[in-house]
Design a protein around this ligand. Structure first.
Ligand SMILES: *[C@@H]1O[C@H](CO)[C@@H](O)[C@H](O)[C@H]1NC(C)=O
Ligand SMILES: *[C@@H]1O[C@H](CO)[C@@H](O)[C@H](O)[C@H]1NC(C)=O
Ligand SMILES: *[C@@H]1O[C@H](CO)[C@@H](O)[C@H](O)[C@H]1NC(C)=O
Length: 539
């Protein structure tokens, strides 16, 4: 063929181009993970699969964006509380007797609430309140990626608890969240000069811990929710008789409502409701730390448990610097849209080439040529040049110049496109069928794109089920499938380590051990953990 072979390995290339830049050599080492973090950011799908977020981004939400808060009281909230992007998410908390944990500030409110209750009918007592707000100004937030609001010990909280909260979250409060909220808002005020208004995270839906409701939101309306939404009391789906009497029946459709709302955000929060700064962000992937191994164990997802506090100091310092010196809105490139172009262009081809469906080397070469032809100078074949041209296709001019000051996102995205294009060039030169297929299988393993796990062709009443704390099974993680949104649960081992089919998490309240499998007890566990409320206080 007379093609100059591809000489430089991606590692050599990386070493020669990342010296003295904003991106460290480990940016290239973890390029695939950084690429996937950018690609999955603010998306329920990728963030559920890559649930151990290792990065923090500055985020901005435009004034006028609608938010929801579910609670047991109709009075406007003043102070720090949780806000949901989707009303269905908030409605899970819009129920009687499920207020925030009682602390002194809330005492007056509580008394008022009780007085009001005495005048209410039995039916009214069992309903809650859905508060609808709009952002009164552009909100400035910190976004912790992954499933960072999932109260698990599987790594979803590693980055928050170790880097953001500097190992200061008490062991007892681990599964609650009130301490995190208070700590965050104290840091925002005392250390960050009020440069951030809240913390943006994801669980079964995206949420914000907003530090000052009265300052940052305008109330739109407060409405009473249907009594017993989504179930009248905890244990409603279980077989604990005493609780069941109080709880009353559960309507299945309510669950469907919520899961549909979650699944609608698989591919993004939508509506430009959140803008992230991809030019400057903090990621544990860029500090030369081995996130995937402890002394004895190999993790399939990154962890931070294996490091001393001292080892994490540089990341904590970088986070301070990020908040104090940067703004969400300063970013010039939306690197997520660039990762999208890459994934959409190559995901099908790469999987096809790796699948063995093409039966001869010639067939595969012909398909590879289709991919690479735009980057070939047929008068002067040069594998190295072809790979490099191909790798630059989606990189905006100026974002990755020859001047050596590319940022983390640019460096990581380019390292990934370079790897893809190199594999195409190598594959075109490879004449052994099995070796050729193997190149693309290795590439798939390296890229680990979550889009490859997405279901296709779910019916209108179905959703593609993936574990979202506290729900889901190991099988759901390995092979997500379309399931009826009204009963998305499957049999099998709970992904998060609970009893088979039961709720996940580490401290299942004892009263729950008798409940039946499925999403309803999971919801109860979810509610309790979310609010950090001991059930006995309220029922
Ligand atoms: C919220 O609380 C602060 C501090 O207690 C108070 O100054 C402010 O007036 C309150 N705002 C509303 C709307 O209740
Ligand atoms: C590693 O494994 C050995 C043998 O099983 C054990 O004694 C040791 O405590 C383990 N070390 C860590 C850090 O887990
Ligand atoms: C999550 O953690 C629990 C408890 O450590 C464990 O049993 C479970 O297997 C973990 N799940 C995964 C997917 O690692």
């Amino acid at each position: 063929m007379g093609v100059k072979p591809l000489l430089l390995s991606s590692l050599l290339w990386a070493a020669s181009t990342t010296t003295a830049t904003a991106a460290s050599p480990s940016t290239t080492q973890n390029a695939n993970h950084i690429f996937n973090s950018i690609h999955s950011s603010m998306r329920q799908w990728g963030s559920s699969l890559q649930h151990n977020g290792m990065s923090l981004f500055l985020a901005s939400v435009p004034a006028g964006t609608q938010f929801y808060h579910g609670t047991s009281i109709p009075d406007p909230i003043n102070g720090t509380e949780w806000l949901a992007f989707e009303p269905e998410h908030a409605m899970v908390f819009a129920r009687a007797h499920m207020g925030p944990p009682p602390d002194e500030e809330d005492d007056d409110k509580k008394k008022k609430e009780l007085r009001k209750r005495d005048e209410e009918t039995e039916e009214e007592k069992s309903s809650g309140w859905l508060h609808t707000y709009v952002a009164a100004k552009d909100l400035r937030l910190l976004y912790a990626d992954g499933m960072s609001a999932g109260k698990t010990r599987n790594g979803t909280l590693d980055f928050e608890d170790r880097v953001l909260f500097r190992d200061e979250v008490g062991e007892k409060e681990m599964m609650g969240d009130r301490e995190r909220a208070n700590m965050f808002c104290r840091m925002a005020k005392e250390e960050w000069d009020d440069r951030v208004d809240g913390l943006l995270r994801m669980e079964a839906g995206f949420e914000i811990i907003l530090c000052d409701f009265a300052r940052d939101l305008k109330e739109v309306r407060v409405t009473r929710t249907k009594p017993s939404y989504p179930f009248r009391g905890p244990g409603g789906g279980g077989n604990d008789d005493k609780k069941k009497k109080k709880g009353g029946p559960v309507t299945k459709g309510d669950g469907a409502l919520w899961f549909k709302a979650i699944a609608a955000r698989y591919d993004g929060i939508g509506g430009n409701r959140v803008t992230l700064n991809y030019d400057n962000f903090v990621s544990a992937y860029t500090y030369g730390l081995d996130l995937f191994h402890s002394v004895n164990e190999t993790f399939t997802l990154p962890r931070l448990t294996q490091f001393t506090s001292q080892q994490l100091v540089p990341i904590r310092e970088a986070l301070n610097e990020l908040v104090l010196q940067h703004e969400a809105k300063e970013a010039t490139f939306n690197w997520q849209t660039i990762t999208d172009m890459v994934v959409e262009r190559y995901a099908h081809d790469i999987r096809y080439f790796a699948s063995g469906q093409l039966s001869t080397v010639e067939d595969i070469h012909a398909k590879i040529e289709k991919v690479l032809a735009p980057f070939v100078d047929y008068g002067d074949r040069d594998g190295e040049e072809e790979a490099e041209r191909c790798s630059m296709q989606f990189i905006p001019g100026g974002a990755f110049g020859g001047d050596g000051d590319a940022g983390v996102a640019a460096t990581a995205v380019h390292a990934v496109t370079r790897r893809i294009c190199e594999t195409m060039v190598q594959g075109w030169q490879e004449t052994d069928y099995n070796t050729l297929i193997g190149l693309f299988q290795d590439l798939m393993e390296y890229l680990a794109w979550t889009t490859w796990k997405q279901c296709s062709g779910c019916a209108d009443h179905e959703i593609c089920v993936v574990p979202i704390w506290p729900m889901g099974t190991v099988e759901d993680y390995n092979h997500p499938q379309c399931r009826d949104a009204a009963k998305p649960e499957s049999e099998g081992q709970n992904y998060w380590g609970g009893r088979p089919g039961g709720p996940g998490g580490h401290h299942p309240p004892p009263s729950e051990s008798s409940s039946s499998a499925g999403w309803i007890p999971s919801l109860v566990s979810f509610l309790r953990s979310f609010l950090g409320v001991a059930l006995g206080l309220h029922f």
